[in-house]
Write a protein that binds this ligand. Structure first.
Ligand SMILES: NC(=O)c1ccc[n+]([C@@H]2O[C@H](COP(=O)([O-])OP(=O)(O)OC[C@H]3O[C@@H](n4cnc5c(N)ncnc54)[C@H](O)[C@@H]3O)[C@@H](O)[C@H]2O)c1
Length: 314
């Protein structure tokens, strides 16, 4: 068993996989400013260590090629494992095999390694895609999931792997089902083709933002610092077996989002219509009620403020 945190000068140690990614770099910086010691794993597949503006114990490596021994070393002395590294939805060139290899097989090996060296707690970033819903009903944690993408299936599998790890090793765990996280340092390339990133890039080039279809499709946006706060509460609190949405509960249409983005920039450009895509007519919003009840957490950054911070950071 690893020494308790108190024996290591009272500092908690976090392992963050995907530490050089969008959410990962924000989480790492928050943990370090809160006094944690942080070990980060990343292979820069979609991330960039240059984004991490804090002293992290950096481990360069790909989860799926690490041996059981290497994974155990990675997990040594860790108080909380935040598992963020993943193949994501819609990443160009990523096959179903690859998604299963990283998000399920390598994730299973990581959880086993963590359990076998006595990591007491795992926080896992799942996704609204685990629900498989395109609306119109609000998504609640107790809904029966029916994921309809390989990515969604893989995220739901990751959630269930935590139960298997608990059974084998007694690990405590929590799941954060993230909705649409946005904020500074989100990259357009490689990861989610976020409409926020893409259209801010267009406006910066003085090109009209593109709205696919009629723009009435709605999404639930959460500023990255609010997301990080939720992950920390899951990591620190005395929760076990808790699955919560990290959602605002507000559905924002792409038309309203684009108008808010243009207002933030002061641009006089008019949005231009792009072809309707698979999101046409969808309403993807999560209930924030359980997170409010169990974590005393809710989003605190209004959309226009969050968008302003993305624009100013660019
Ligand atoms: N951003 C969102 O809106 C959102 C929504 C739902 C769920 N999520 C989940 O949150 C987590 C973080 O997402 P993000 O937006 O920060 O993505 P990101 O792509 O910016 O970060 C993922 C990081 O993991 C690293 N990585 C990927 N596969 C790896 C591997 N096999 N070995 C080592 N490192 C690897 C990448 O290089 C990257 O730095 C992911 O699990 C994602 O599925 C994100």
């Amino acid at each position: 068993m690893p020494p308790a945190a108190a024996e290591r000068n009272g500092r908690l140690t976090a392992l963050v996989t995907g530490a050089a990614g969008f959410i990962g770099c924000n989480l790492v910086e928050r943990l370090i400013s809160d006094g944690w010691s942080v070990r980060g794993l990343d292979d820069e597949r979609t991330g960039d260590w240059g984004r991490v503006k804090a002293e992290v114990d950096r481990v360069d490596g790909s989860l799926e090629v690490m041996s059981a021994d290497e994974l155990q070393v990675l997990c040594g002395d860790v108080d909380v494992l935040f598992h963020l590294a993943a193949e994501k939805h819609n990443t160009p060139g990523v096959t179903a095999d690859r998604t299963i290899e990283v998000n399920v097989a390598a994730t299973a090996r990581l959880f086993s390694a963590a359990g076998s060296v006595g990591v007491p707690k795992i926080v896992f970033t799942s996704s609204l895609y685990a629900y498989g819903s395109m609306g119109p009903d609000v998504m609640y944690e107790q809904d029966l999931p029916h994921p309809s993408t390989v990515y969604g299936v893989s995220k739901l599998a990751g959630e269930h792997l935590l139960r298997a790890t608990e059974r084998s090793y007694g690990v405590r765990w929590s799941v954060a089902r993230l909705f649409f996280i946005y904020g500074p340092r989100q990259l357009a390339a490689g990861g989610y083709p976020s409409v926020v990133v893409r259209n801010f890039e267009r406006i910066a080039r003085d090109e009209a933002p593109v709205v696919n279809g009629d723009g009435s499709q709605t999404l639930d946006y959460v500023f990255v610092e609010d997301c990080v706060e939720a992950l920390l509460r899951l990591g620190l609190g005395d929760h076990h077996g808790l699955t919560v949405n990290v959602a605002s509960g507000t559905s924002t249409s792409v038309n309203d989002l684009t108008a808010a983005m243009l207002a933030v920039t002061g641009s006089l450009l008019e949005p231009t219509a792009g072809p309707a895509d698979w999101t046409a007519g969808s309403r993807r919003v999560g209930s924030p009620d359980l997170a409010a009840e169990r974590l005393a957490w809710k989003t605190t950054t209004p959309l226009d403020e969050g968008l302003r911070r993305v624009w100013e950071a660019a």
